[in-house]
Design a protein around this ligand. Structure first.
Ligand SMILES: Cc1cc2nc3c(=O)[nH]c(=O)nc-3n(C[C@H](O)[C@H](O)[C@H](O)COP(=O)(O)OP(=O)(O)OC[C@H]3O[C@@H](n4cnc5c(N)ncnc54)[C@H](O)[C@@H]3O)c2cc1C
Length: 376
């Protein structure tokens, strides 16, 4: 016997599934989340949780800036502050020869009327990050950017969903989707669920879900790696990245250094497992000690790799299915989807409840990654 009475079934209990579910429940929709493992099992539990507008693809900037405004008042969106702080994100040029790339970026965004990115000189860089190696030359900064705590964010979104009546079914992997009149029948082992609307927020597995609904969407994956160190005295406030190297460097509220930047491990998507490539990871550690020489003797406490969907243009897939009625996609965040969590949920609510959105999402439509005949 199918479980009925739902308006929307969200597939995937990562932050994007939770955010979509929360927004829909606030619009008085009866929502169930089906999660194969447990909430936050994959990218959303492995993330570095940087909240960055700096250097975003121009197509993402309008929704990213709106999301930043939402992060600033995140305590009014979910039950908790998510550990968010806005100490800025800084992209450092180690050498004068790297400044033009940052200056061109700043000029490009300024020409479009954006004011959130700014070039800073060596003196200002040293003032903001005194621990940075003296050889660094200048930087591009977004002063209102920042970072959050991924686990507090997951807990806050989950708690807020449950408070709005969302039912979360963990250990419930979707195996098949079938049409039943105006509804979707969603099969998970012995259980099945019926609802007219589905949200596909299945992360690295989202193309498989789309295929179950008869839709072919080209999707790759990433397995970005992270390092967390032992706790240290306060070293820096902003999040630091660097031109020409894979490094993102910040200090958590607990004092640990959180070092990432997109260095890739390996992943077996079918087996849902990822692993660290220590030779690659060492490059991140080298970059960190080049930029912050005083951390050379700090001990690494943990490292991991997290699996996430990656599109060929590194933009998300966020919009209605062009072929399957009642199916909405929210995946493919390609290594920078944490920052977009608040706004992406609001966009899914617009699409499901209003039938459209004023937000700029044309660049994210699924059709761009579908074979021409299917998307037509
Ligand atoms: C190491 C790392 C560092 C990152 N750093 C940053 C950062 O600093 N800033 C930033 O903005 N972004 C960052 N990201 C990206 C960001 O974390 C992701 O974009 C975001 O978490 C994606 O969330 P999601 O909900 O789409 O996917 P996920 O969190 O992966 O959720 C998808 C869920 O779907 C479930 N699922 C899959 N198939 C099924 C099925 N058949 N049935 C039921 N459930 C299913 C999975 O179990 C999973 O829990 C990082 C990612 C990683 C991995």
């Amino acid at each position: 016997m199918s479980e009925t009475g739902f308006d929307v079934i969200v597939i995937g209990g990562g932050l994007h599934g939770l955010s979509a579910a929360l927004n829909l429940a606030q619009a008085k929709r009866k929502v169930a989340i089906l999660e194969r493992a447990w909430v936050g099992r994959h990218a959303s539990g492995a993330t570095a949780a940087g909240v960055r507008t700096l250097g975003r693809d121009l197509a993402e900037l309008p929704i990213s800036l709106e999301s930043m405004e939402m992060w600033r008042r995140i305590g009014s969106i979910v039950d908790g502050d998510c550990g968010f702080h806005a100490h800025g994100q800084i992209r450092v040029a180690e050498f004068a020869s790297q400044m033009p790339v940052l200056e061109q970026r700043a000029a490009k965004t300024a020409a479009l009327g954006y004011r959130h990115e700014e070039i800073i000189d060596q003196a200002e860089l040293r003032r903001l990050v005194p621990a940075l190696s003296r050889h660094c030359f200048g930087a591009l900064i977004a002063r209102d950017d920042g970072a959050a705590d991924p686990h507090r964010t997951l807990a806050a979104y989950r708690q807020s969903c449950e408070a709005e009546g969302v039912t979360i079914h963990e250990g419930c992997g979707v195996e098949a989707l079938e049409r039943r009149g105006a509804d979707w029948l969603v099969r998970c082992g012995e259980r099945s669920f019926l609802a007219p609307v589905l949200v596909n927020a299945a992360g690295a597995w989202a193309a498989r879900l789309a295929a179950m609904a008869g839709e072919e969407i080209e999707l790759g994956y990433k397995a970005s790696m992270m390092i967390v160190t032992e706790r240290l005295q306060k070293l820096l406030d902003p999040v630091v990245s660097v031109v020409g190297r894979s490094l993102s460097f910040k200090q958590s509220g607990q004092g640990t250094l959180v070092i990432g930047g997109g260095l890739q491990g390996s992943a077996d998507i079918a087996a849902q497992r990822s692993s660290v490539n220590f030779v690659e990871l060492a490059k991140g550690a080298h970059a960190a000690t080049d930029l912050f020489p005083m951390v050379r003797d700090v001990r690494i406490a943990r490292s991991w790799a997290g699996m996430e969907a990656k599109t060929r243009d590194l933009l998300p897939v966020l919009g209605p299915s062009p072929t399957a009625p009642g199916l909405f996609h929210s995946f493919g965040y390609s290594g920078h989807g944490f920052q977009l969590v608040p706004v992406a949920g609001a966009i899914i609510r617009d699409l499901v409840v209003e039938g459209g959105t004023r937000r700029a999402i044309a660049a994210f439509r699924p059709e761009r990654l579908m074979p021409a005949r299917e998307a037509a």
